[in-house]
Design a binder for this molecule. Structure first.
Ligand SMILES: [Zn+2]
Length: 88
């Protein structure tokens, strides 16, 4: 049983798996399909993606508590900021 978990952890970059898709759906449902960063700014933007609050590369987990619904522009902005941080 632990083997399966380890394999899943190793394949983190591949998000096409069914477990991820189900979790993604659960996060979107929890957040009512609204982009959370946009909502904080007072905008109601439909979320199309799910993002890690704390990046996996920085020790973040795949837990529901570390996942948040985001729209594409927010996701791209965050991903870009993270890659800049990783390079420096
Ligand atoms: Zn957004």
């Amino acid at each position: 049983m632990a083997v399966g978990w380890n394999e899943r952890r190793k394949g983190m970059s591949g998000r096409g798996g069914r477990p991820w898709r189900r979790k993604r759906e659960a996060v979107l449902q929890r957040d009512r399909y609204l982009c959370q960063p946009c909502q904080i700014k007072g905008r109601a933007t439909p979320a199309t993606e799910v993002d890690h609050i704390k990046p996996v590369s920085e020790g973040g987990t795949d837990s529901m508590f570390n996942l948040v619904s985001v729209c594409r522009p927010c996701h791209q902005a965050k991903t870009q900021a993270e890659s800049v941080r990783a390079k420096s």
